[in-house]
Write a protein that binds this ligand. Structure first.
Ligand SMILES: Nc1ncnc2c1ncn2[C@@H]1O[C@H](COP(=O)(O)OP(=O)(O)OP(=O)(O)O)[C@@H](O)[C@H]1O
Length: 241
C-alpha cells in the first residue's frame, strides 16, 4: 500500500503542493487532475523522494520513501518530467543500461518490455531517430522493466498520437489487471484514463480539493471530466468570494 500523508512542498514564491493525502491499494489507479501549475508534478516528485518536503511524507508498505529508499525504490516505476533517454543509444541498449541496476532484468525481459510498449520493431534504432511519442514509449519501457509494484506517471501520453494513446492506455489497463500494480497518473487527457482509473484526485493552486472513487463519480456525474469541472468551478467560486 502506498500512503501519502500531509505531503507538502512549497517553493520560494509560495507555489507547490500542500497537505496532500492519498492511499493507494494494490490494483488501484488514481488520476491526479488539476489545471496547469496546480502542483501535480511537484506532488509526484515529492512522492518519489526527488524533492525534499516541508512537511508530511509518502510511504510504501510503511517505509518512508525519502528515508528508506532501499526498501521503497526497487518497487517504484517513476516517469516524471520530460522523457530524456540517451539519444545516441539504441532503444535496446538504453534499456540494457538498467540491467545492472535491477536483478532479474535480462535480455528476454528487455525484449518483452519493448513488445509491451509497442517498440519491438524499433529496439535496434538509435533513440535520436525516434519521434516524440516513441521516446515517451521507450521511457515508459525503462520504468516498467523491473516489474514495479507502484507506478508514478506524469503525463505518460504527452506527445503520443491518438492511436498510440489508445494503445498505451489499453496496455496499462491490462498491466493493472494482470499484475495488480498500483498507479498514480497525472493527465490532462481525461479520456485516455477514464476507463481504467479507480479514483480521481483533484488539486488546484497547490491545494487538495477532492478525491472520489469512480463508482461515486459515475453516480453523480456523466464522467470524470464533468466531476473535475464541477469541483474546479466550485473551488474557483469559493476562492473568489
Ligand atoms: N523549481 C521550482 N521553483 C519554483 N517554483 C516552481 C518550481 N517548480 C514548479 N514551480 C511552481 O509550482 C507550481 C506547480 O508546478 P507543477 O509543475 O507542479 O504544476 P503541474 O500541475 O504539474 O502543471 P502542468 O499541468 O502545467 O504540468 C507552478 O506555479 C510552478 O511554477
Amino acid at each position: 500500500m502506498f500512503e501519502v500523508n500531509d505531503l507538502t512542498k512549497v517553493y520560494p514564491g509560495g507555489r507547490g503542493i500542500q497537505g496532500l493525502n492519498l492511499t493507494v491499494q494494490a490494483g488501484e489507479v488514481v488520476a491526479l487532475l488539476g489545471p496547469n501549475g496546480a502542483g501535480k508534478t511537484t506532488a509526484l516528485q515529492a512522492m518519489a523522494g526527488w524533492v525534499g518536503t516541508d512537511r508530511g511524507e509518502a510511504s510504501w508498505n510503511g517505509a518512508s520513501v525519502a528515508d528508506r529508499p532501499e526498501l521503497t525504490r526497487p518497487y517504484m516505476g517513476l516517469m516524471i518530467g520530460e522523457p530524456s533517454p540517451y539519444l545516441y543509444l539504441t532503444g535496446y541498449d538504453y534499456l540494457k543500461c538498467y540491467h545492472k541496476l535491477y536483478p532479474g532484468v535480462d535480455d528476454a525481459r528487455i525484449r518483452q518490455t519493448l513488445e509491451l510498449v509497442g517498440m519491438a520493431k524499433y529496439g535496434d534504432l538509435k533513440i535520436k531517430k525516434y519521434s516524440t511519442g516513441m521516446k515517451q514509449r521507450i521511457e515508459l519501457a525503462s520504468v516498467l522493466l523491473h516489474r514495479p509494484k507502484l507506478l508514478l506517471l506524469d503525463e505518460p501520453f504527452s506527445g503520443m498520437d491518438i492511436e498510440g494513446r489508445r494503445e498505451i492506455s489499453t496496455m496499462l489497463r491490462g498491466l493493472v489487471a494482470d499484475t495488480g500494480v498500483s498507479v498514480i497518473v497525472s493527465s490532462h487527457q481525461v479520456h485516455d484514463i477514464e476507463d481504467w482509473i479507480t479514483h480521481a484526485c483533484i488539486v488546484y493552486e497547490g491545494r487538495h480539493v477532492h478525491t472520489a472513487g469512480i463508482a461515486q463519480i459515475r453516480e453523480s456525474f456523466a464522467g470524470v471530466e464533468d466531476y473535475y469541472l464541477h469541483h474546479l468551478a466550485e473551488e474557483r467560486s469559493g476562492a473568489s468570494v
